[in-house]
Design a protein. Structure first.
Length: 217
């Protein structure tokens, strides 16, 4: 796990980050549909002929993560997540040279959330951190209370989106509050632009395009 990826250090791509229910999908879909950006993501819409990744994601959430530390060791749980992260890296490598290229969250958010939720295996994390860095990060900043409302007061949540405590709102709000600093810590020295994700979708997309337009168009 200590070898480095054969991909180049910089592929000229951007990363879009944010807490859960920050509005990333809306922004990415608009960039893809209306502005010609190529999106790399593990969401079903962008997986195309990669059903393995879609199935792994569902099994990881429904089984591996839920039973971490019980049925499965953290190392085993992360070994199921690992191919999903590798898929993002591989797709970025395949798209190298494409001018308008953005990746959904990359490994930053997955790694930060795993740490916060107690699923850790440092050799795997170190390998992810060796992957090529984006030219810049856009972070959609949304108050946890707004994210809770967007989750339909918790009815749209999966177990990877909250701390397992008796009070669901508390568990969700606490994880979302912790995530901002944890994610940005993982980003490190990569340039970050914070965008108010609580604004209306048109305003958010316009601000994102303004950042991308000055650097990448």
């Amino acid at each position: 796990m200590n070898e480095t990826t054969s991909a180049p250090d910089s592929l000229g791509f951007w990363t879009l980050l944010g807490s859960d229910f920050a509005g990333k999908s809306t922004v990415l879909n608009t960039l893809h549909d209306d502005h010609g950006w190529r999106v790399v993501s593990y969401d079903d819409r962008y997986l195309g002929d990669h059903p393995l990744i879609s199935q792994l994601r569902r099994h990881w959430i429904d089984d591996a993560f839920v039973w971490s530390g019980k049925r499965y060791s953290p190392e085993l749980v992360l070994s199921v997540l690992h191919p999903i992260v590798l898929h993002l890296r591989d797709e970025l490598t395949r798209c190298a040279g494409y001018e308008r290229l953005i990746v959904d969250s990359y490994f930053y958010k997955l790694l930060a959330k795993c740490r916060l939720l107690g699923v850790e295996h440092e050799p795997i994390f170190s390998y992810w951190r060796s992957f090529p860095r984006p030219r810049g990060v856009l972070y959609l900043d949304v108050p946890p209370e707004v994210a809770w409302t967007r989750s339909a007061q918790g009815s749209r949540l999966n177990p990877f989106e909250y701390h397992a405590v008796p009070d669901l709102p508390e568990g969700f709000l606490r994880l979302q509050s912790e995530m901002r600093s944890a994610v940005l810590e993982e980003v490190g020295s990569v340039p970050v632009t914070v965008v108010d994700g609580a604004a209306d979708p048109e305003t958010v997309v316009a601000k994102v395009l303004a950042v991308l337009g000055t650097e990448a168009m």
